[in-house]
Design a protein around this ligand. Structure first.
Ligand SMILES: Cc1ncc(COP(=O)(O)O)c(C=O)c1O
Length: 435
């Protein structure tokens, strides 16, 4: 595939945009940061005219694919009444009512523009309520790019320290190192270490924050009973349980992973799939915590709950929950068939691949053993996966280099067949190639 125009555009962009991209995550794209012209449904076309079946889906938000007509119409309808009022509109209530009906842990909500912001509000509420300072987070979990939480997201094993008491490792130069001290980092999926640490530090732990399904590294389900154990410990020791559903929310069930896994948090954060690609995020939680937002805890934002994003989000959730949630059946069926299909094709070639995840998102990795936490993921053959994703890109299948696949309601059975055929051809060519 030619990528000449993308290369030229990247050079031009680098003259005026730092690195040529507007999110550091995009610097890592293989074979290079590409420029795209348009997306429709489950397909995306780059500036050189190459078309790809898209399993990146904007890093998760595009649960109804690119440019779903119902979302575009709703956004336009919202905007036709006004863009923002710096005051309230009925749509906010309608969206909040839907979320409170769907999400087990949602008694009250607040809207913002990004998942990163919502996590910060959750920390503030937890600290205000408990009068404690420290937050427990897990190695390899990502909760946004702000100083106080961009900690131990992808540390090298040398930096990371002992497994039972990992060091808090900053992930960016320039990060305020004082912020690291407020984080207590633990390995995920280990109930003994969790219990021991929470008991030893109970007096200083305001909150435990967790991805309910670890999806920023791998796509790892919690061991049976692990999140329930976390819930019980937080209850007993007076810490706030924050479940970060920015990836899982509205993707694995209408009520998020908390519904799917049967654990109700005190606070939870949403973004990505909640509006199918429009920039809105949500903090939801128990009334006694959320009520602090009218009792001295600040949360603000110029763009919060503007008409465009709120109306798009309502349309997105309505599509997901229509006809008894048939959309979820589709997401699970499609994702599972694709996941098992790709894994089978790789195994046929004699390679050992782990395929994990519920279906609406899943993860592939070259590893002898299933991934169960961050350190088990570090041992995967990442260069081999990168090599494969580059080949799949050449075959017109766009996936994230880190192994996570997202599917949308617009990926049909025929699209899955086409993807599997393209991957089968790509693998055949690779194995037929001399050397
Ligand atoms: C679990 C999780 N939390 C928070 C965030 C931050 O969300 P945003 O990129 O909208 O700030 C992300 C982003 O990928 C995420 O995966």
């Amino acid at each position: 595939m030619d990528r000449i125009r993308s290369k030229e555009l990247l050079e031009r962009a680098r003259q005026v945009i730092a690195g040529g991209v507007n999110s550091n995550v995009r610097l890592l794209s293989l074979p290079q940061p590409l420029f795209f012209r348009e997306g429709r449904g489950c397909r995306i076309r780059d500036e050189d005219g190459n078309e790809y079946l898209d399993y990146v889906l904007g890093q998760g938000p595009l649960i109804h694919g690119h440019c779903h007509p119902a979302l575009l119409a709703a956004a336009q309808e919202g905007m036709s009444r006004g863009m923002m009022f710096a005051g309230q509109h009925v749509g906010e209530i309608e969206l909040a009512e839907r979320i409170c009906r769907l999400v087990p842990g949602a008694e009250l909500v607040r809207f913002g523009s990004s998942g990163s912001e919502m996590v910060q509000v959750a920390f503030r509420l937890a600290r205000a309520h408990t009068g404690r300072r420290r937050i427990v987070k897990f190695e390899g979990h990502y909760h946004g790019w702000f100083d106080n939480v961009l900690v131990s997201v992808a540390p090298s094993l040398e930096e990371a320290g002992p497994r039972e008491s990992p060091r808090a490792v900053r992930a960016s130069r320039g990060q305020d190192t004082a912020a690291l001290d407020s984080m207590l980092v633990l390995p995920w999926n280990d109930p003994e270490i969790l219990e021991k640490t929470l008991r030893a530090h109970a007096h200083e732990i305001a909150a435990v924050i967790t991805e309910p399904i670890m999806a920023n590294v791998g796509c790892i389900l919690p061991e049976p009973g692990y999140l329930q154990h976390m819930r019980a410990l937080c209850d007993e020791l007076g810490s706030v349980l924050i479940v970060d559903e920015v990836i899982t929310g509205f993707r694995v069930a209408p009520g998020g992973a908390q519904e799917y896994l049967g654990v109700t948090p005190d606070l939870c954060t949403f973004g990505k799939a909640m509006a199918g690609g429009f920039p809105i995020a949500c903090l939801a939680g128990k009334k006694y915590l959320m009520d602090q937002l009218t009792g001295g805890v600040n949360h603000s934002g110029t763009y919060n709950a503007n008409l465009l994003v709120v109306h798009a989000s309502i349309a997105c959730l309505d599509l997901l929950t229509a006809r008894d949630g048939v959309a979820y059946q589709h997401l699970f069926d499609t994702g599972q068939r694709l996941c098992h299909g790709v894994a089978a094709l790789i195994r046929e070639k004699g390679e050992c691949v782990q395929a994990q995840g519920p279906g609406p998102m899943f993860h592939l990795a070259f590893s002898e053993t299933p991934l169960r936490d961050y350190r088990s993921a570090v041992g995967c053959d990442t260069p081999r996966y990168h090599q494969m994703t580059r080949r799949w890109m050449e075959a017109g299948v766009r996936v994230l280099e880190r192994g996570l696949w997202y599917v949308s309601t617009t990926h049909s059975a025929a699209d899955v067949d086409e993807t599997l055929n393209r991957i089968a051809d790509s693998l055949r060519e690779e194995h037929a190639a001399p050397g």
